[in-house]
Design a protein around this ligand. Sequence first.
Ligand SMILES: [Zn+2]
Length: 271
Amino acid sequence: MEVPDETVLFADSGGFDFADDAVDTTPERTLETQRAIGADIFGTVDLPIARENRSAENQRRIEESTRLALTASDLHDGEELLLASVHGYDPETVRNTLRHLERNGDFDGYAVGSMVPIRTDYEKVTKLILAARQATDKHLHVYGLGGIVYQPLLLYLGVDSFDSTAFIRSAGNRNYLIPGFGGEELQNVEELDHLPCSCPVCSSHDYQTIRADRDLLTQHNLWSLVTELRRFRFMAAADEEIESYLDLRFQGNAVTQRAYQIAKQQVRRLT
Ligand SMILES: [Zn+2]
């Protein structure tokens, strides 16, 4: 993808490709592929769980993912970091799975998956992430969540990294992401010379050009996520009260404000 050599590359196993079918790879082959593409961080092969599955099927998938992660741990002998994928729809399962992996494998961190189907259930998502966060001091990654609104929430919950295709999908819907705010569909925006952003895209193109070019919109949306991340880090580094910043950050939207309040209550219960 022609990114600079010093870029850190994390290759997961593409778990959602197996959402309906059997796993069509092995830990051995996945490690080979991850090494061949020059990844610095490897994720283990996993079978995501789904709300509509019977609990016995989800339990089978959780156990299979755990087995695949431990096999990858046994096989992996390189310099690259290895993150074990962890699944579960209740905090106990997430906590117990993670601790089992920690006892029996050799991992540099953990990656919580199966979040996309429950992404709007903020209470559940928050509880699962906090359960994982409490179970380990190692690097914690979350798969599939990380849009402009979710990102500050994940950072607040102590997540170290996340991945999301939100910037691409948003651009596909002509949705313009605005740091500190959220998304706005450009079809709702009429005559305008410039967009309200100083990223390299928006400062060198006018509104109509960006609106008509999905690649430019995708690039801008990625800059928005970066800005949101840097803003949070700045507040933390400046020793600002993070909760006061997030009170302000989420006040514009009732749904996300509620999500943040739920997260705040749970975090305070733990401290
Ligand atoms: Zn921009």
